[in-house]
Design a protein around this ligand. Structure first.
Ligand code: ADP
Ligand code: MG
Length: 258
């Protein structure tokens, strides 16, 4: 059964989508079967992995609202072993349309059930809000991965996120755990990055990944080529660290350290 990981933080621009695409691609390169679920109406995961929104027939909106089976929504990407449930801007309507519907919080969980066994990992890229799309992701997930940008106000709003996670644990998904906390856009030259990292480690302790994602220009360029950095520039620092993160998620220690 595929492990379902929601990548969530209601702050925008912290690296959720970059992490979904690159951790997904890295796990796929390591031989795992991976499904990316684009739960953000912006559709940056969709375009970032090379799927043109103009070619999308069914998207996550159809999955959640129109009961189109996941098998009809899923499509391959330019990375072997990596599939995608795409999103387009029509998903923006779902946040409101879901409100009066029956079992509105469990729609994604139910939709993923029939295809779950086809994957080792299902990574859900959440939108920058704590609305029903994110609630659906947290309800479907086994665990949540929280990217935190090593910048000012990094921890601001985090208590809201943790509170939402607790509410979901209490009412919708008692098995939900915190997978890990990922420091992103880290700049080793600045004291600020160092301070934020220390603060995050003080709070989340061993939940913080040893792999820390540096600020890396190749990571920001890759999406405009419709590629994950691990295929766009496998030798870059960004690719290196996302591969390391993937190994950490898989529990594989670096040989050099052993
Ligand atoms: P979110 O999904 O949380 O809104 P994104 O992953 O889209 O965040 O990242 C926001 C912006 O920062 C994007 O333009 C992305 O390309 C860029 N970015 C993300 N991570 C890095 C990084 N480690 N180094 C440089 N740029 C990054
Ligand atoms: Mg995003």
């Amino acid at each position: 059964m595929g492990k379902i990981i929601a990548i969530a933080n209601q702050k925008g621009g912290v690296g959720k989508t970059t992490t979904a695409v690159n951790l997904g691609a890295a796990l796929a390169l390591l031989g795992k079967r991976v499904l990316l679920v684009d739960m953000d109406p912006q559709g940056n995961t969709t375009s970032g992995i090379g799927v043109s929104k103009a070619d999308v027939v069914y998207d996550v909106y159809d999955l959640l609202i129109n009961d189109v089976p996941a098998a009809n929504v899923v499509r391959p990407t330019n990375v072997p072993n990596l599939d995608l449930l795409p999103s387009t801007i029509q998903l923006a309507g779902a946040e409101i349309e879901l409100v009066p519907t029956l079992s509105r919080e469990v729609r994604l969980r139910r939709a993923l059930e029939p295809i779950r066994s086809a994957y080792d990992f299902i990574l859900i890229d959440c939108p920058p809000s704590l609305g029903l799309l994110t609630i659906n992701a947290l309800t479907a997930a086994d665990s949540v991965l929280i990217p935190i940008q090593a910048e000012y106000y990094a921890l601001e709003g985090l208590s809201q996120l943790l509170n939402t996670i607790r509410l979901v644990q209490k009412h919708l998904n008692g098995a939900l755990t915190i997978e890990g906390v990922l420091l992103t856009m880290y700049d080793a030259r600045t004291n600020l990055s160092l301070q934020v990292a220390e603060e995050v480690k003080k709070y989340f302790k061993d939940k913080v990944y040893r792999a820390i994602i540096p600020r890396n220009v190749r990571l920001s360029e890759a999406p405009s080529h419709g590629q994950a950095v691990v295929t766009y520039d496998p030798k870059s620092r960004g690719a290196d660290l996302y591969m390391e993160l993937a190994r950490e998620v898989l529990g594989i220690e670096k040989a050099a350290e052993a």
